[in-house]
Design a protein around this ligand. Structure first.
Ligand code: R1P
Ligand code: URA
Length: 239
């Protein structure tokens, strides 16, 4: 059944969905890695595709930016479709010089100041966790493929641009143990917990809040091949 934001029919979406924030990253993955890829959603241009990777049915769909946006799309995928796993594949800003551009980070947990989880379901914790099963699978596949993986607590922030009078990356790193920042995983992990489903988050460092090095918009759309391959290999191992 279609939703207000997703026109796919029930069986058009696989049990596992890879979910970048950028719908054009989803399109790129579908066109470059999936065979027989079919676009199942164009509502609001939040592109979603289902195809096959090494013979297994996989979907990839954009989430948009921020908790509110991934909150809607992931809720519908878990609640209205037969989706068991969502693996977010995002970009992130480094809070430490231990992380370089293009390094991959697997979220061990997500700390957030966001009210999403409280507003959605009364959650009071400011730290939420991904699926242990998915993280174990991703770690195993990273080892198998020889892909270095940093495993850290991440910051799921409600804002991309902030003023100088509020806590900054040094505070988030020192006080909450967050090594990088993105904007969706806290809401995704909450929805998974709430609905009895599974979610995880793999990130590629796109910029550094310490060195101020940064990748371009095009690189964020098309160049995260290490992450795309690890996500796809992990996805087929899960279903
Ligand atoms: O590259 P994506 O997956 O969109 O992730 C990050 O990039 C966006 C900000 O530029 C936010 O969505 C943040 O979480
Ligand atoms: O949320 C994000 C994502 C990438 N880079 C940032 O600085 N913030």
């Amino acid at each position: 059944m279609a939703t207000p934001h997703n026109e796919a029919s029930f069986d058009e979406i696989a049990r596992i969905v890879l979910m970048p924030g950028d719908p054009l990253r989803a399109k790129y993955i579908a066109e470059h890695y999936l065979s027989e890829a079919v676009c199942f959603n164009t509502v609001r241009n939040m592109l979603g595709y289902t195809g096959y990777y090494k013979g297994k049915k996989i979907s990839v769909m954009g989430s948009g930016m921020g908790m509110a946006s991934i909150g809607i799309y992931s809720y519908e995928l878990f609640h209205d479709y037969d989706v068991e796993y969502i693996l977010r594949i995002g970009s992130a800003g480094a809070y430490s010089d231990e992380l370089q551009l293009f390094d991959m980070v697997l979220a061990e947990s997500a700390w957030s100041e966001s009210t999403y989880a409280k507003a959605q379901g009364g959650e009071t914790s400011d730290v939420l966790y991904p699926s242990l099963k998915m993280n174990a699978c991703i770690r195993k596949n990273a080892d198998k493929l020889g892909k270095p993986l940093h495993i850290h607590r991440i910051h799921s922030s409600d804002v991309f641009y902030h003023e100088a009078n509020v806590p900054d990356c040094e505070d988030f790193c020192k006080e909450h143990g967050c090594m990088c920042v993105e904007m969706e995983s806290f809401a995704l992990f909450h929805n998974a917990k709430q609905l009895g489903k599974q979610a995880a988050c793999l990130l590629t460092i796109s910029d550094s809040l310490i060195t101020h090095q940064a990748t371009s918009a095009k690189e964020r759309e098309t160049s995260f091949h290490e992450m795309m391959e690890l996500a796809l290999e992990s996805a087929i191992a899960l279903v």
